[in-house]
Ligand binder design. Structure first.
Ligand code: ING
Length: 332
């Protein structure tokens, strides 16, 4: 073991050879509203239609939204949950009888996808889950939402609830997977607002991050943010992409869903932070972009060369505590 201190600059002097291009055509399959009583087969047919459009445009991969099989049911509180027939919103098998057709069509078309849905495990655990499916129709990755926003108990003062902390348990890992010719990670909705999400995935080598979201335009705890929902949505994904040298696809379930105006504006973001494509409607809409995963090196090997520039020994506060500790405590 050399007793020389690690000199991250030593390696940096070598010229970076031009990486071999790794083109990939990606798509965001945005959904408009899903009604509370819309049957699964009807929703799956909408997803298949977007898959067909993607295949027609030569896409290799389509990202679908969070909770893409049902309405965003955490907007409701039900005294005793069976009234909501809560379990009717969860999938106990994936693929299941009503989603199998999506996997089969994807395999026939040679198009992979990510899909958000409510997961009920055999031992009774509930997660806000996303899966990653390769062009073979095989599930290659699964992510359970880490950052659950909103609240647990009924808050009747709100126009609508945001009870994800009641209906889901949080996930506990940010994983990445080698597929589609690169390294892919996933995150869900509120996760995109936390920089830790992108950094953990990028530390796992993520070159493409797929994020589904359901975002009400009205934020009850601070309505002054309502007018900024679109700005904040793109701000966090563009920053996350740039600061981690990764492509990001943000894909919405938008429009007025069961009376709640939800943000659309799905987009495909380059590692530069630039938006390459953006949805123009609040309904079912496909956007595509042909990206080159090798271009992530332009950032990962220079400005954001983690090995060379990061100082984890200085960042202890990030994993050592949850809340802020100002000098002299919170009362100053
Ligand atoms: N939804 C929202 C999101 O983070 C929210 C919660 C809504 C936060 C409005 C801020 C403003 O986009 C989910 N599902 O996480």
């Amino acid at each position: 073991m050399s007793n020389q201190p690690h000199d991250p600059d030593a390696a940096a002097t070598t010229a970076h050879e031009t990486p071999v291009a790794r083109p990939l055509t990606v798509a965001a399959g945005q959904l408009g509203p899903i009604a509370r009583n819309e049957p699964r087969p009807s929703v799956v047919a909408r997803l298949v239609e977007l898959l067909e459009q993607a295949a027609a445009q030569g896409a290799d991969l389509v990202a679908f939204p969070e909770l893409a099989l049902t309405t965003f049911f955490p907007r409701w509180f039900v005294e005793d949950e069976p009234d909501l027939d809560l379990n009717s919103f969860y999938e106990t098998a994936m693929p299941g009888p009503e989603t199998q057709v999506l996997f089969e069509r994807a395999r026939e078309l040679g198009v992979g996808f990510s899909l958000g849905y409510a997961e009920l495990t055999a031992d009774g655990h509930r997660y806000n889950t996303q899966i990653l499916v390769e062009r073979t129709g095989e599930i290659v990755g699964r992510y359970r939402k880490v950052h659950l926003p909103g609240h647990r108990e009924h808050e009747p003062w709100r126009e609508f609830q945001h009870l994800e902390r009641r209906y889901f348990e949080p996930g506990s890992t940010f994983d990445t997977w080698r597929c589609f010719g690169g390294v892919v990670g996933m995150a869900t909705c509120n996760d995109r607002r936390w920089p830790e999400t992108y950094r953990c995935l990028a530390l796992g080598g993520a070159e493409l991050i797929l994020i589904g979201y359901n975002t009400p335009k009205h934020y009850a705890p601070d309505p002054s943010q309502d007018r900024l929902q679109g700005f904040h949505n793109h701000l966090v994904m563009q920053a996350g992409a740039y600061q981690n040298g990764s492509y990001v696809i943000g894909v919405a379930k938008g429009g007025n869903e069961e009376g709640v105006d939800s943000l659309a504006e799905s987009c495909i973001v380059a590692p530069s932070g630039e938006i390459l494509a953006q949805c123009q409607t609040e309904g079912d809409e496909l956007i595509t972009a042909t990206i080159d995963l090798s271009l992530t090196a332009n950032y990962k090997n220079t400005l954001f060369d983690f090995e060379r520039y990061r100082r984890p020994e200085v960042y202890g506060a990030i994993t050592g505590q949850a809340g802020a500790t100002p000098p002299g405590g919170n009362d100053g």
